[in-house]
Design a protein around this ligand. Structure first.
Ligand code: NAD
Length: 385
C-alpha cells in the first residue's frame, strides 16, 4: 500500500535561519510579502527584526498583527481583507501555531473567498492560496510543515479542522533562536503538544513507514529535552532539539493523522479557552491508558523511544512506564487540572454531549487504535475530574 506524503518545497533549519527569508522569497519568485503575526511578536521585536532583514534586501512589507491565540473566524478577516484589496504575492507567517494557522486561512480565503466553514474537513482544500513562508516561534504545533489549519467558529464554539494541500506552507524557516524567549508555561504546553503529535501519528490507523520515521525521530528529540527546555529556557541545545522535534512531529501527523487526544482536545479549547497544548496535556494520560490495549506494541515502542523504558522491558512493562511518565511529566510541568484551570464542573457537564459530538465529527477519533463510541468519549471526559 502506498501513502501520499506532502511537505513544504523549501526548508531552512538551524540557528539564525530567519536571515534566509529574503533568499526564500527570491526562490519562490515573491517580491511583495504581507507579514501575518501577533502583537507579542511585535512587542518582542521579532517582527521588527524580520522587516529589518527584508529592508536590507530591498524588500518592504506590510504587517497584519491582529491575529489572536487560538484564532477565530472573525480574527482572520482583517488579514483576508488586506489580501483581497492589496497586491501581495506571498505571506510570511511569524509566530506560534496561532499566527501560522491564521496566515494559512488568510492565504487561501484572500484568494478564493468565502468563510472558513466553507473549507472544513472532510473537504480537501487543494486550491493554492498565496505562497506561505512559515516562521515558527514555538516548538510547537509543527504547523510550518502541516497541511492543516484550525480556526474557531466563535458563534458555534467549535474549532474547525481544515485540511488540504492548499494549507501546506511553500517554505518553512525553522530557527530555534526565536523560541528562546518562550515562557515556561507555553514551553510546556507547546512541547506536550509536539509530543502528542508524535505519539498519535505513531499509533494512528493512518501511520505509514514515512510518518513512523518522523514520529520516532521526534520522540527521541522531545523525550529527553522537554523538561530541560521548561526549566532552563536559555539552554540552546534543548531548544534546538525541541524545535527540530516539533517540526518532525508535524511532518509525522500531517502525513498520518492525529487521533483521539486531539479530537477530544479541540472542544475543550473551543468551550473553555484552554490553550491547545494544555488541553492535550490534560487528556494525554487518560486517553493513552484507554488506547493502549488496542496497540500495545506501538505504545511500548513510544516508551522506549522517549527513553523511559528499555529493550529489556516487556511491552506491558514499557506501557506501565509510559503511563507513569505522562503523569510525572504533567506534575513536573505544572499542568493544571480542568478545575485548577478554572473550569466549573457544571459548565463542563452542560456541554459534554456537544463536545463528544464535535470530537467525533472532527474525524480524529476514527484514526485512534481504539475507536470510542459517543458514550465512551463522555466517560473519558468525566475521568478528567
Ligand atoms: P500560540 O501561537 O497561540 O502562542 C501562545 C502564546 O505564546 C501567545 O501569546 C504568543 O504570542 C506567545 N509566543 C509565541 N512565540 C513566542 C516567543 N518566541 N516568545 C514569547 N512568547 C511567544 O501557541 P501555539 O501552541 O504555538 O499554537 C496554538 C494554535 O495552533 C492553536 O490554535 C492550535 O489549534 C493550533 N495548532 C495547529 C496545528 C496545525 O497543524 N496547523 C497543530 C497543532 C496546533
Amino acid at each position: 500500500m502506498s501513502a501520499p506524503i506532502v511537505l513544504p518545497r523549501l526548508l531552512h533549519i538551524g540557528k539564525n535561519a530567519c536571515e534566509q527569508i529574503p533568499a526564500t522569497l527570491a526562490a519562490l519568485g515573491s517580491k511583495k510579502p504581507l507579514i501575518v503575526t501577533d502583537k507579542m511578536m511585535v512587542k518582542l521585536g521579532y517582527a521588527g527584526r524580520i522587516t529589518d532583514i527584508l529592508k536590507t534586501a530591498g524588500i518592504s512589507a506590510d504587517i497584519y498583527d491582529d491575529t489572536v491565540p487560538e484564532p477565530t473566524d472573525t480574527s482572520i478577516m482583517g488579514g483576508v481583507e488586506m489580501v483581497r484589496r492589496g497586491d501581495y504575492d506571498s505571506i510570511i507567517a511569524l509566530g506560534g501555531g496561532s499566527p501560522i494557522d491564521s496566515a494559512k486561512a488568510i492565504a487561501v480565503m484572500g484568494k478564493h473567498g468565502g468563510v472558513i466553514r466553507d473549507y472544513v474537513f472532510p473537504r480537501q482544500v487543494n486550491e493554492a492560496g498565496l505562497p506561505l513562508i512559515a516562521v515558527p516561534t514555538t516548538a510547537g504545533t509543527g504547523s510550518e510543515c502541516t497541511r492543516v489549519t484550525i480556526i474557531t467558529d466563535e458563534a458555534a464554539s467549535e474549532k474547525l479542522l481544515c485540511v488540504g494541500l492548499g494549507f501546506m506552507p511553500a517554505a518553512a524557516i525553522v530557527d530555534y533562536t526565536l523560541t528562546l524567549s518562550v515562557p515556561p508555561r507555553t514551553t510546556a504546553d507547546t512541547g506536550i503538544d509536539a509530543l502528542t503529535h508524535a505519539v498519535e501519528a505513531y499509533v494512528s490507523k493512518k501511520a505509514n513507514p514515512f510518518s513512523d520515521m518522523q514520529a520516532l525521530a521526534a520522540m527521541k528529540l522531545i523525550g529527553p529535552n522537554l523538561r530541560t527546555a521548561y526549566h532552563d529556557g536559555a539552554n540552546e541545545a534543548a531548544r534546538e532539539a525541541m524545535m527540530l522535534g516539533s517540526m518532525l512531529a508535524g511532518m509525522a501527523f500531517s502525513n498520518a493523522s492525529v487521533a483521539l487526544v486531539h479530537g477530544m482536545s479541540r472542544p475543550i479549547g473551543a468551550f473553555f479557552h484552554v490553550p491547545h497544548g494544555l488541553s492535550n496535556a490534560m487528556l494525554l494520560p487518560t486517553v493513552t491508558a484507554y488506547s493502549i490495549p488496542a496497540a500495545e506494541q506501538r505504545y511500548a515502542e513510544c516508551a522506549r523511544t522517549i527513553g523511559v523504558a528499555t529493550a529489556k522491558d516487556s511491552d506491558a512493562e514499557a506501557n506501565q512506564k509510559l503511563l507513569a511518565e505522562l503523569e510525572a511529566l504533567n506534575r513536573e510541568l505544572s499542568v493544571p487540572t480542568l478545575a485548577e484551570f478554572g473550569v466549573r464542573q457544571e459548565d463542563f457537564e452542560h456541554v459534554i454531549d456537544t463536545m463528544a459530538a464535535q470530537a467525533l465529527a472532527s474525524g480524529s477519533p476514527a484514526n485512534n487504535p481504539r475507536v470510542p463510541e459517543h458514550a465512551e468519549i463522555i466517560e473519558l471526559y468525566r475521568k478528567l475530574w
